[in-house]
Design a protein around this ligand. Structure first.
Ligand code: DMJ
Length: 653
């Protein structure tokens, strides 16, 4: 081993026998200066030195371009540093010695000038490279970078605006108007009052048990008496609390509402590393918070809704602006469900953001939310629709449909609901939404709606032109939708839409009535000799879903036919008999069995939707009147956005 400071280089042995006067043994990098000159190294050593040197240069160059502050460096801060201090730190030379040192000082100055010149050149080259890099970025497809930049600028402006308006105050120009019909009077009929009180008791039972066993978690497991978390919300917690807020409010459960509000204030947190379903978080959390704000006027709900809305914005950063289904709300990285046809986004998911996002713009004063959902509409309107139908799958990169599957149940359902409600919520000014809705219903009637030999009207599923004669529980919401849309249909069709609604309600009631438990299966069929009955084991479950009761509620409001209250009451009795367990309510695995096999989940939508629609069914029509309130797909009421010159009083006439 030679003397001096030696570091082994990867432990690699030198060539056998050595050579060129190098030290024998392992390849070594000499650190002691002057021990050996560069040209004294072997070829491998020179190569290694060259590698280290070029790596160092690359690192310096990369750091200038890619460190966060590099634009600052390139734009002058770095280069405007004071010139390097004189090489000689000692005091100026005494007179007479000037000459002696003059030569070296001149050389230093010359070197400094040369150094400055080459720095200027490097700077110029770097600036040019930076400009080119920016140009390249700006040319990316779909102008994604532009979107990101604009989003950032707007959010920054908003935050500055909010800060200027003062913490806890509303943004300038935003209105909070006192809610109309947020609490109703007691029904005059004691029998109805009694039923309504019973439903309130059910809500209290569901809530109290959630509070006792799963407080702060997403949902309750009422058999095991513990929390249940669903990966739909990532690490966001408290789904039941946020989903239940407005139900607690309209049922005048004041203490419970107060507890829920306190939890939201102290614990509802969106700064989490979580991949969430954009759709679910929007309909339950954004929708729930917005409703709670509009009903109570409490600022915390507005603030939290806007904060969450901002977190969801990166989902729209796709080449078409059609959002991803899943989003990591910390990193802003989105993707689609791995099972969705060819990397597609889902119609019922990206098509069910409109109502909430329009209101996010209303309450924040920031148009970006509305712009994002209006762009979805634009993309859809540019596409050809097979037979006028909207397939369930759309690729956000190519802007092309995936598989031509059409459903008014799962994967499609609330897209149609939101077209109608967008029009109604706009105080009937959004004519484009209106046209899209009635055109879509026309195509659905032509291609999907059928009548069974037993006279039951149902909506089938469409698979590339072939019909599957199956109707999902989810599809039963259409009874309510057709009733709500009847009034706006072309004048000769109003009656037809109401009839259609009533027929769907009847079919869905039959799907309940033909089971042992009088609760509806997840899907029922009209083939193989059966009507409105589930034939496959995996379609026989009931998970406390609201759609059938939702339809009864709308039809009650529009017709006041007592059968809808009667059918709703049948559902209450069935829920009490088969779904109520010691510590809450649970879904059941087979509605045709004589004893319930519980799935042990109290879904948050049971409190948000099922119990709310039941309560409204047994309330007077002045509780959340339909001309003023639009229910999002999770039953969270949002007010109609009145035309500029319309007042709430005028709208009530
Ligand atoms: C709810 O979360 C919403 O109604 C959604 O649109 C679909 N289904 C569930 C309840 O069944």
């Amino acid at each position: 081993m030679p003397g001096g400071s030696l570091l082994p280089l990867g432990g690699g042995a030198g060539p056998p026998g050595g050579g060129g006067g190098s030290a024998g043994g392992a390849g070594l990098l000499l650190l002691a200066p002057g021990v050996r000159k560069l040209w004294g190294f072997r070829l491998t050593e020179k190569f290694v030195l060259l590698l280290v040197f070029s790596g160092f240069i690359t690192l310096c160059f990369g750091a200038i371009f890619f460190l966060p502050d590099s634009p600052k460096l390139l734009s002058g801060v770095f280069f405007q540093q004071p010139p390097p201090p004189p090489l000689q730190r000692s005091p100026p030379p005494p007179a007479g010695e000037e000459q002696q040192h003059g030569g070296s000082l001149a050389r230093v100055r010359e070197e400094q000038q040369q150094h400055g010149g080459s720095l200027a050149r490097i700077r110029e080259e770097h600036e040019r490279a930076l400009r080119e890099a920016k140009d390249t970025l700006n040319r990316l497809p779909g102008d994604i970078q532009g979107d990101i930049r604009r989003d950032k600028e707007r959010l920054a402006r908003d935050r500055a605006g909010a800060a200027a308006a003062g913490a806890g105050k509303q943004l300038p120009g935003r209105v909070f108007r006192p809610p109309l019909g947020a609490v109703g009077k007691e029904p005059a009929d004691p029998a109805v009052r009694e039923k309504r009180d019973k439903i309130k008791e059910m809500m209290k039972f569901a809530w109290d048990n959630y509070k006792r066993y799963a407080w702060g978690l997403n949902e309750l497991k009422p058999v095991q008496k513990q929390g249940h978390s669903s990966n739909l919300f990532g690490n966001i917690q408290g789904a039941t609390i946020v989903d239940a807020l407005d139900t607690l409010h309209i049922m005048e459960m004041k203490d419970e509402f107060k507890d829920a509000k306190e939890w939201v204030e102290k614990n509802l947190e969106f700064n989490v590393n979580a991949e969430v379903s954009v759709f679910e978080v929007n309909i339950r959390f954004v929708g729930g918070l917005l409703s709670a704000y509009y009903l109570s006027g409490e600022e915390v709900f507005r603030r939290k809704a806007v904060e969450l809305g901002e977190k969801l914005l990166p989902a729209f950063n796709t080449p078409t602006g059609i959002p991803w289904a899943l989003l990591n709300i910390k990193s802003g990285i989105g993707r689609n469900w791995p099972w969705a046809s060819g990397g597609s986004s889902i119609l019922a998911e990206f098509g069910t953001l409109h109502l909430e996002f329009i209101h996010l713009s209303q309450v924040s004063g920031n148009p970006i939310f509305a712009e994002k959902v209006m762009n979805i509409r634009k993309v859809l309107n540019r596409l050809d629709k097979p037979q006028g139908l909207f397939p369930n799958y759309l690729n956000p990169n190519s802007g092309q449909w995936g598989q031509h599957h059409v459903s008014v149940g799962g994967l499609g359902d609330s897209f149609y609901e939101y077209l109608l409600k967008a029009w109604l919520m706009s105080d009937k000014t959004d004519e484009e939404a209106k046209k899209m809705y009635y055109d879509a219903v026309q195509a659905i009637e032509t291609h999907l709606i059928r009548k069974s030999s037993g006279g039951l009207t149902y909506i089938a599923e469409w698979k590339g032109g072939l019909l599957e004669h199956k109707m999902g529980h989810l599809t039963c919401f259409t009874g309510g939708m057709f009733a709500l849309g009847a009034d706006g249909a072309p004048s000769d069709k109003t009656g037809h839409h109401i009839e259609l609604a009533a027929e769907i309600a009847r079919t869905c009631h039959e799907s309940y009535d033909r089971t042992t438990m009088k609760l509806g299966p997840e899907a029922f069929r009209f083939d193989g000799g059966v009507e409105a009955i589930a034939t496959r084991q995996n379609e026989k479950y009931y998970i406390l879903r609201p759609e059938v009761i939702e339809t009864y509620m709308y039809l009650w409001r529009f017709t006041h036919d007592p059968k809808y209250r009667q059918w709703g009451w049948e559902a209450v009795q069935a829920l009490e008999k088969y779904c109520r367990v010691e510590a809450g309510y649970s879904g059941v695995r087979d509605v045709y069995a004589s004893h319930p096999n519980h799935d042990d989940v109290q879904q948050s939508f049971y409190l948000a939707e099922t119990l709310k629609y039941l309560y409204l069914l047994f309330s007077d029509d002045d509780l959340l009147p339909l001309e003023h309130w639009i229910f999002n797909t999770e039953a969270h009421p949002l007010p109609v956005v009145l035309k500029g010159d319309r007042t709430i009083e005028a709208a009530s006439k």
